[in-house]
Design a protein around this ligand. Structure first.
Ligand SMILES: *[C@@H]1O[C@H](CO)[C@@H](O)[C@H](O)[C@H]1NC(C)=O
Ligand SMILES: *[C@@H]1O[C@H](CO)[C@@H](O)[C@H](O)[C@H]1NC(C)=O
Length: 291
């Protein structure tokens, strides 16, 4: 093959990758709508801004629910003083026995680091908090936060680096969330009773409004009509053959495992699995998780 035709092929491949990734990113309105305080939203080109002031927080939710797949959202967190505020990005099902996968970004005073708290609820029970600081300032630029969910694992990712894995341990008799469709949500609210330095630092309303920005919305998953029972959705979504369900996605690859080890060694500041004061007997899934 001549070099000009191979570079032509390379160009075509590059262009098709480009168009594919452009197609994969949806506009806010295609996937989401405000569910709390629509008047606290503003739209700025591709970006959506949500603000917290002394009147209200704000939130948006996906129009559909999903079972398995991957959600990516780029977020730029509140700049300057964000103490007392929490910005959350999460997936959740409904009802008292709901499942939930949470990112909660805990604000701080100007110049002090944001913390990222993650949590997993299974059958209505959470108490699985982990906390990290980040290897960049999340208020300066947009970064991609993702939740990958399949029948083997839930993976929380920051710029494609895994920061947490919740593994399916059903073979050990431990319930795993795979029977309820979940919506995708984000919200910003005042949580100065607990969020910053254990609640000691309160929200300074003279610095309001507190603004979080979002863009590049992607949901690649098995969509679940609300009119269909969870049982039927679960059956259908277990067999879509989606990329997220391929055997290679059933656990982290070697590179990702190394990334997770690095994150845990350098950025983790709290793990419920090692909090023996809070949990005198180690939570059952902690004994089996490999990390
Ligand atoms: C805020 O900054 C303080 C001081 O650097 C730090 O101890 C704390 O973990 C940070 N984050 C939160 C949410 O309190
Ligand atoms: C909200 O904050 C603004 C600016 O600090 C202040 O002027 C206003 O009175 C506050 N409103 C309420 C309802 O607290």
């Amino acid at each position: 093959m001549s070099s000009s035709s191979s570079s032509f092929i390379a160009l075509v491949l590059l262009l098709s990758l480009f168009f594919f990734s452009v197609n994969a990113t949806a506009k806010f309105d295609d996937l989401f709508h405000p569910y709390w305080a629509a008047d606290h939203f503003s739209f700025d080109g591709d970006a959506v801004n949500m603000k917290l002031d002394n009147f209200s927080g704000a939130g948006f939710s996906s129009k559909s629910k999903y079972m398995f797949g991957k959600v990516n959202i780029q977020i730029k967190l509140v700049q300057g003083d964000s103490a007392g505020t929490v910005t959350a990005f999460y997936m959740s099902s409904d009802g008292p026995k709901h499942h939930e996968f949470d990112f909660e970004f805990l604000g701080n005073t100007t110049g002090e680091p944001y913390l990222v708290q993650t949590n997993v609820y299974v059958n209505g029970v959470g108490n699985r908090e982990q906390r990290l600081n980040l290897w960049f300032d999340p208020t300066k630029d947009f970064h991609t936060y993702s939740i990958l969910w399949n029948q083997r694992q839930v993976v929380f990712m920051v710029d494609e680096t895994p920061i947490r894995v919740h593994t399916n341990l059903e073979h050990k008799g431990i319930p795993f969330p795979k029977d309820q469709a979940m919506g995708v949500y984000s919200s910003i609210w005042n949580a100065d009773d607990w969020a910053t330095q254990g609640g000691r630092v309160k929200t300074d309303w003279t610095h309001a409004p507190f603004v979080a920005s979002y863009r590049a919305f992607e949901i690649d998953g098995c969509e679940c009509p609300v009119t269909t029972a969870d049982f039927d959705n679960a059956k259908r979504c277990a067999n879509t053959g989606g990329w997220w369900d391929q055997p290679v996605m059933s656990e982290l690859n070697v590179h990702q495992s190394h990334q997770l080890i690095w994150v845990r060694a350098n950025h983790m500041i709290y793990d419920y699995c090692s909090d023996t004061a809070r949990f005198p007997s180690v939570p059952v899934e902690c004994e089996h998780h490999r990390h």
